[in-house]
Design a protein. Structure first.
Length: 443
C-alpha cells in the first residue's frame, strides 16, 4: 500500500498492480475508505493483474511468481525472472524451524520460503527488524548471499549495517529513501547525454522508441539556446528541416499574436512541417531562457518510418479539428493517432453487442450509430464526429451494457485496450474527460 495512493492521486501514469486476490480485495476496501469512493470506482484507477501463489503470470517477456510471506497480514514475496523481492516478512530460517516443530508451519511451506529466492540475480530483502520484520544477523547475511548474486536490504540504513556488521560493507547494498539500483545492460552515457535522454523519454511520442534507439537519438541531437523573447519559429516561414524538443525552460506557441499555449520539457514541435514540407503555421517564442534539442530531418525520417508517423498524420489533423482536442499540442494528436485503427461499417452492421467483454473503444468519425439496450429498445443515436464510445466498459472491465449498430455507412477509429491503458498513463486528463462524458450518457 505504501506509495500507491500518491501514485494514483498524481494521475500522471497508469498504475499496474500485480498482487494476490486476497490482498487486492483488502486494498480496494482501504482505498475506498481513503478516497471516499465505491470500490468499483477505485478499481478503475489502476490496472489489476492477479498474481496468486502457485499461479505464475507471463507479462511482456517476464515471468512473475509469488508465495505468501510470513507476516501479521497477508503479504507476498515475488520473483520476476532473476529479481526477487521478499515483501514485508520476518525471514529467519531458525525461527521457521521452530514454527515447524510447533506444528504452526508446514515443512513444505518452510522449504518454499527458504528456497524461493535461490539463484536470483538480485535479491531485495525486507530488513526492518522487530517481531514482524527481518532482523539482520551474520547468519542471515550469509544465507542471503548464498542465494543471490547481489543482495539489497530495504527498511534499514547504511549506518546501522556498518555499526553492527561492518565486515559486510561493500558486499551488500542498502536501499535508503530514493535509492535506485541499476539493472540490465549498462549504456555508457555522459551526464549531459543522460539529461538529453531524459528529455527524449519525457516526450510520449519519442518514448515509444526502444531504449537503445532513444540513447542513439540523445547522442545525435543538436542543442540550441534561445534568449527570452527570441523567435524560434516564425509563422509563414519555410520549414527549416528541424523538429524541436523543449529541453529546458518554457516556450510560447502564438496564434495571430496571442499566446495559445505554453509548453515545457519533453514537448515537441515541428514534426508535421518536417514530414510534409511547406511553411510553419504558428509563431514559437522563448519564454525566458530556453534550451531546445534539434532533430534534423535526417534523424526524423527513419524514426517516422519506425513509428509509422506518416500513416497517422491525417488522423492527427482530424483529431486536432475536434473541439475537444483543439487546444492541445499537435504532437499530442500525432501520438494519440498512432493507437487508432480506422474501420468502416456498412449500414446495419454491428459495431459491438450487449454482453460482450470489451477489447476496444471507439471514436466516431462519420456516419450514424444507433445504441440499443438488451431488449432492443433505442437508447440513443449518435452522429456527432468526435464522439467516444465503449471506453467505460473497457476501463472498468465490465461487459458491454448496450449494442451499437450502424444506420448508414459509418467510419469509426478503434483503440485497443492496451492503447486505452496507455492513454490513461500518458494523458490522464483526456481520459478523465472521456470517462465523464460516457458516464453521463450511461452507456
Amino acid at each position: 500500500l505504501a506509495g500507491l495512493p500518491e501514485l494514483l492521486l498524481m494521475g500522471d501514469r497508469r498504475v499496474r498492480l500485480l498482487t494476490s486476490d486476497v490482498i487486492y480485495q483488502s486494498l480496494l476496501r482501504v482505498l475506498s475508505a481513503m478516497f471516499a469512493l465505491p470500490p468499483p470506482d477505485v478499481a478503475a484507477l489502476f490496472e489489476y493483474i492477479p498474481l496468486n501463489p502457485g499461479q505464475p503470470v507471463e507479462l511482456e517477456g517476464r515471468r512473475f511468481e509469488a508465495i505468501y510471506a510470513v507476516h501479521t497480514i497477508p503479504t507476498i514475496a515475488v520473483r520476476v525472472n532473476g529479481l526477487y523481492y521478499s515483501g514485508d516478512m520476518r525471514y529467519d530460517e531458525v525461527w521457521f524451524g521452530e514454527l515447524v516443530a510447533q506444528g504452526i508451519l508446514a515443512p513444505q511451506r518452510r522449504d518454499r520460503l527458504i528456497h524461493f529466492a535461490e539463484g536470483a540475480t538480485v535479491l531485495v530483502q525486507d530488513a526492518g527488524g522487530g517481531a514482524i520484520h527481518t532482523t539482520i544477523t551474520p547468519e542471515l547475511l550469509a544465507a542471503l548471499a548464498a542465494k543471490g548474486q547481489r543482495v539489497i536490504l530495504a527498511h534499514t540504513s547504511q549506518d546501522e549495517l556498518d555499526a553492527e556488521h561492518g565486515d559486510w560493507h561493500g558486499r551488500v547494498e542498502v536501499a535508503g529513501s530514493g535509492y535506485v539500483a541499476a539493472l540490465g545492460d549498462q549504456i555508457p552515457v555522459s551526464d549531459t547525454q543522460i539529461q538529453e535522454l531524459e528529455t527524449i523519454e519525457a516526450s510520449p511520442l519519442f518514448a515509444r522508441l526502444p531504449l537503445r534507439e532513444r540513447w542513439e537519438l540523445a547522442r545525435a541531437v543538436e542543442k540550441r539556446v534561445f534568449a527570452d523573447g527570441e523567435t524560434i519559429i516564425a509563422d509563414g516561414e519555410a520549414v527549416d528541416g528541424y523538429t524541436y524538443l523543449v529541453h529546458a525552460g518554457l516556450v510560447e506557441i502564438r496564434e495571430q499574436g496571442r499566446v495559445k499555449m505554453v509548453i515545457g520539457r519533453g514537448s515537441s514541435i515541428g514534426e508535421r512541417g518536417v514530414l510534409e514540407g511547406g511553411i510553419r503555421l504558428n509563431d514559437v517564442v522563448a519564454h525566458g531562457r530556453v534550451e531546445l534539442l534539434c532533430l534534423p530531418v535526417e534523424l526524423l525520417r527513419p524514426l517516422a518510418l519506425r513509428l509509422n508517423l506518416r500513416d497517422a498524420l491525417g488522423r492527427a489533423d482530424w483529431l486536432w479539428q475536434q473541439p475537444m482536442f483543439s487546444d492541445l499540442l499537435w504532437a499530442t494528436m500525432l501520438d494519440m493517432a498512432l493507437d487508432f485503427s480506422p474501420r468502416v461499417l456498412s449500414a446495419g452492421e454491428t459495431l459491438f453487442s450487449q454482453g460482450e467483454y470489451p477489447s476496444e473503444s471507439f471514436l466516431l468519425v462519420r456516419g450514424r450509430l444507433r445504441i440499443l439496450d438488451n431488449q432492443g429498445q433505442v437508447l440513443d443515436e449518435m452522429d456527432k464526429p468526435g464522439t467516444f464510445l465503449g471506453a467505460r466498459a473497457a476501463l472498468y472491465k465490465t461487459v458491454r451494457n448496450a449494442t451499437a449498430v450502424a444506420l448508414t455507412e459509418t467510419e469509426v477509429w478503434a483503440m485497443p485496450l492496451n492503447g486505452l491503458q496507455r492513454l490513461q498513463m500518458v494523458y490522464p486528463h483526456i481520459l478523465m474527460h472521456i470517462r465523464a462524458v460516457e458516464g453521463q450518457r450511461g452507456h
